[in-house]
Design a protein around this ligand. Structure first.
Ligand SMILES: NC(=O)c1ccc[n+]([C@@H]2O[C@H](COP(=O)([O-])OP(=O)(O)OC[C@H]3O[C@@H](n4cnc5c(N)ncnc54)[C@H](OP(=O)(O)O)[C@@H]3O)[C@@H](O)[C@H]2O)c1
Length: 270
């Protein structure tokens, strides 16, 4: 699992994707996150293929992560998910996925979907499997209670404004790989205006984006960030510095339980 992944939500055309993927690979990032609902799988597959053809990388060095959306969970009972996943793999011009995650864990469809994902993993179509938007309560009521095992990855919204300490500590204790989506909280004003963050950046690097990515990594979390600006991608990835304990504590204490995607009872993370 690469330290950092690039997200592809909101990338709207092939040209934009080519630029982002080429920039990321040249800057040393080889992990990419997509989902059926982003509509970016084909763009991502084409861009990775181009990068491989240009000799910038090899398939085995790339980490491709895709998801199962609510729609596929709903259809899973009737049709299964195998043909859908094979189609995703084809769209990505791959022969396997490095990771396949449930996007939103709707409890009424979780058993069938997860059991099929385990089968896809056993058959080698996907290397690792996981869930997004999962909290401890959701894990216990859906996975533990139903005897669903094999969780490799949990992907949650984690940022300085939502450190999600309680759930993160729990998943860490289970040795799950923890990924943070929206790791900058989309550069909310509470982050960009924060004087302490700016001070840290002025001491150890050049920009708060770098500070936040480093904070995630030093916390043992894999951030998935997005930028459409090549210069930002390159600069965000200049991470040859360390944050001190005091600097880590400062960011850990910025928590306000502020989320872009709120929680509901129907689906623990939604
Ligand atoms: N599993 C889920 O439910 C879920 C939900 C949401 C997202 N995700 C994944 O997480 C990925 C990233 O999430 P996200 O896009 O919501 O949030 P994000 O990465 O926290 O924020 C992206 C925003 O930050 C800006 N940005 C990046 N670097 C910056 C910098 N150094 N200075 C100032 N602004 C900067 C970008 O603007 P510019 O483009 O202008 O640079 C963009 O508007 C998505 O692409 C997707 O793959 C998953």
């Amino acid at each position: 699992m690469p330290d950092i992944l690039i997200g592809t939500f909101q990338i709207s055309n092939q040209k934009e994707m080519n630029l982002i993927i080429k920039t990321a690979i040249e800057a040393g990032v080889c992990g990419f996150d997509t989902a059926p609902s982003y509509g970016t799988e084909s763009f991502l597959g084409n861009s990775i293929s181009s990068a491989i053809k240009e000799g910038l990388t090899k398939r085995e060095d790339i980490f491709i992560q895709d998801k199962i959306d609510a729609k596929q969970m709903y259809w899973c009972k009737k049709k299964g998910i195998k043909s859908f996943v094979l189609n995703q793999i084809e769209k990505l011009h791959a022969t396997y996925l490095d990771a396949l995650l449930i996007h939103w864990p709707f409890s009424q469809y979780i058993n069938e979907t997860w059991n099929e994902m385990v089968l896809m993993q056993e058959k080698g179509y996907v290397k690792t499997i996981g869930v997004c938007n999962l909290d401890k309560r959701g894990f216990e009521s859906m996975f533990k209670k139903n005897g669903l095992n094999n969780v490799d990855i949990v992907q949650n919204e984690i940022s300085p404004l939502n450190t999600d300490q309680y759930n993160t500590d729990f998943f860490r204790s289970k040795n799950f790989i923890i990924q943070a989506y929206s790791p900058f909280c989309r550069m909310n004003k509470m982050i960009t205006d924060d004087v302490g963050l700016k001070q840290i950046a002025s001491k150890v690097c050049s920009d708060i984006g770098q500070v936040i990515l480093k904070w995630h990594i030093q916390n043992g979390i894999h951030p998935i960030f997005m930028s459409k600006k090549p210069e930002r991608i390159k600069n965000n990835l200049k991470l040859d510095f360390e944050l001190s304990k005091q600097q880590m504590d400062y960011i850990n204490n910025m928590n306000q339980d502020y989320k872009i995607f709120p929680i509901s009872h129907g689906c623990p993370g939604y």
